[in-house]
Design a protein around this ligand. Structure first.
Ligand code: HEM
Ligand SMILES: [Cu+2]
Length: 597
């Protein structure tokens, strides 16, 4: 594709049908963001005791479920499908195979999320006798109305069809370009989706085989350890499902905004392959405190987790190097002097840079979560939300908002209403989150629990570590309020942008990397190989723990016959077959288990 053509035509000029679906997906995402932010401010003011007049403490879980599901599942995934549709179409420079299929998966996802959302919000209306106060982790023994699980299943199926849509479009491209390297953005989409298929299969199984039949009353109980393990099988890689679209933007769009080029295309590919390989076999690190899982398995999971540092550090290096290159192209000099030659007035640039900075901080607190022994200090305290508001709540959310200032004009031909408000908004998010998240970490070290409407437990004093409990509460409340205001400004700016008249000349092209794909070995593009290795690692990490959990606790909890009955011999056979296959690794694991005991 020639640069000249792209410079004239914006994305929406070239691909009007795809642009429409990208806009629909992003708007669904921002609707979820707005709803989530409303519950965010409600629960912030509630749990800090600043204002408890909006909901009663008994409704706290309804609010928290709405906040978690709308933000961590709906906002992130809808943005992802919009961004990936843009990225695949743009980087392959061809329309999707059949736009009716594209609208179909979008509609399926929207219907699924509406079902889930209605079941959660119904919890506020006592007359409806419907509730889904199970939090975004939705594991037993908390039980939701069947509509909640059914909606989630429908939503996930929609995302699978979306992935298939992009894979088919890629295969069609491949037939026309048999010898070309996969364009980088498409490579990123495909590896992310391969990981998503592996990860989401476990949660789909958990919902369809256990949780939905249980909430419908077909079965009396489930094995809570099993459903928790299946959730976290999905629950760790899902954080990469949130992060990889942000990475796509940092690698392919941020260098361009900084006035430079991506430093290394091969390194970016290596990072995405590493995420595909390493993000699933680590989920047990969320279960360090679960009884019923041997310590040895937890130790293996911790070790695998530490390997995940590698792609994160590679990313930090590559992105900073690309931005520095951009600054030097703009005349920047000196060891750090180049930092002043960056386009800090652009909301898309400053937003993404601040998001990356917060991600580094989140990485440090994540190391504490990941260490088996220090995890005991902060497990289930407000430290944990403090951590993930830096990662998904800022590295991802702020990158998405910042990227919108860059991408929206190209998918609509409408200039942003006010770029100054945009700049103010992203900086406000950063300040708000710095306050809220830092105070959450500090309270967590004092032992203040998460997921608690009134954590002050009247009559109980938290030992003072840094600031007092009340002082930290004020910081959380101020930070949360700034975040809410920032979200309102973002939404208002976007709505006003949509009212702007259409103009031309908003097209942006993406320059090629300094070190291009041809510098990378071809094997990097061999998706089959990487998926094969990823699946093997998953089996190695999970076969034995799952077999042990089922053996000890039963498929449906202790004392209950396996259901359906015909599954029992099959499972026994499976457990029998799996053990020899894992062979040597099994031996090693077993000895670790012994050590753990
Ligand atoms: C408007 C800005 C936001 C505010 C004021 C806010 C506030 C909060 C607070 C105070 C909690 C802890 C409640 C508790 O444990 O008792 C929380 C939990 C949570 N937040 Fe946010 N948040 C915001 C934005 C976000 C964003 C952008 C995301 C993700 C994209 C997010 C995802 C979550 C999740 C997943 C939980 C955990 C829910 C649970 O424990 O089940 N939040 N939020
Ligand atoms: Cu994790």
């Amino acid at each position: 594709m020639s640069e000249a053509i792209e410079a004239e035509q914006s994305f929406v000029d070239k691909f009007p049908d795809e642009a429409r679906i990208v806009r629909a997906a992003l708007l669904s995402s921002f609707l979820a963001l707005a709803l989530g932010a409303i519950f965010g401010i409600i629960q912030t003011l509630h749990r800090t005791g600043v204002f408890r007049g909006i909901i009663s403490s008994t409704d706290y879980y309804t609010s928290l479920t709405a906040h978690g599901v709308f933000l961590a599942i709906s906002f992130t995934t809808f943005f992802l499908v919009g961004l990936f549709t843009w990225a695949v179409t743009r980087s392959l420079d061809r329309p999707l195979i059949d736009i009716r299929i594209t609208w179909t998966w979008y509609a399926i996802m929207a219907v699924g999320m509406t079902m889930t959302g209605v079941s959660i919000l119904a919890g506020f209306v006592p007359a409806l006798d419907m509730s889904a106060d199970v939090l975004f982790t939705f594991y037993a023994p908390l039980q939701a109305h069947p509509l909640f699980y059914a909606g989630l299943a429908v939503f996930i199926v929609g995302s699978w069809i979306a992935g298939a849509d992009w894979f088919r479009t890629f295969l069609a491209w491949k037939r026309d370009h048999p010898d070309e390297r996969i364009p980088l953005q498409t490579f990123m989409v495909l590896t992310t989706m391969a990981m998503w298929y592996i990860a989401s299969s476990a949660v789909a199984a958990s919902v369809l085989i256990f949780l939905l039949p249980w909430s419908l009353g077909f079965i009396d109980q489930v094995n809570p350890t099993l459903t928790r393990t299946l959730f976290w099988f999905f629950g760790h890689p899902v954080v990469y499902f949130w992060l990889m679209p942000a990475y796509l933007l940092w690698y392919t769009v941020l260098p361009k905004i900084a006035g430079g080029r991506l430093f290394s295309d091969p390194l970016a590919r290596v990072v995405f392959v590493l995420f595909l390989l390493l993000s699933t076999p680590v989920g047990i690190h969320h279960q360090y405190l679960d009884p019923g899982i041997a310590e040895g398995f937890k130790f293996i999971s911790m070790t695998n987790t530490m390997f995940l540092l590698l792609p994160s550090l590679l990313t930090a290096f590559t992105v900073v190097a690309s931005v520095e290159y951009g600054a030097r192209q703009r005349g920047g000099t000196g060891l750090l002097g180049w930092l002043t030659d960056l386009p800090w007035r652009k909301p898309e640039f400053t937003g993404m840079m601040l998001a990356g900075l917060m991600f580094a901080a989140g990485g440090f607190s994540g190391m504490v979560n990941a260490g088996m022994n220090i995890n005991y200090m902060i497990h289930n305290t407000i430290w944990v939300p403090g951590h993930f508001h830096l990662t998904v709540g800022t590295a991802v959310a702020l990158t998405f908002m910042a990227a919108t200032y860059w991408i929206w004009p190209q998918i609509s031909n409408k200039p942003i209403f006010s770029r100054s408000i945009g700049l103010f908004q992203v900086v406000l998010w950063f300040i708000g989150m710095a306050l809220m998240s830092n105070a959450m970490h500090a309270q967590g070290i004092m032992g203040v629990p998460r997921r608690t409407a009134e954590p002050e437990y009247s009559g109980f004093d938290y030992p003072t570590m840094f600031g007092g409990f009340e002082e930290l509460n004020i910081q959380i409340a101020i930070g949360g309020t700034l975040l809410f205001v920032s979200t309102v400004l973002f939404m208002a700016n976007l709505v006003l942008t949509m009212g702007n008249p259409k103009v031309s000349g908003l097209a942006e092209s993406l320059p090629p990397a300094l070190s291009g794909p041809d510098d990378a070995p071809r094997v990097l593009d061999s998706l089959r190989l990487w998926v094969g290795i990823a699946l093997t690692l998953v089996v190695l990490a999970y076969a034995l723990p799952l077999a042990a959990i089922i053996q000890r606790g039963g498929l449906l909890g202790p004392g209950v016959g396996t259901y359906p009955v015909w599954l029992a011999p099959a499972l026994d056979a499976l457990a029998g077959a799996v053990t020899p296959v894992v062979g040597a690794v099994g031996e090693a694991t077993a000895s670790l288990v012994e050590v753990g005991r």
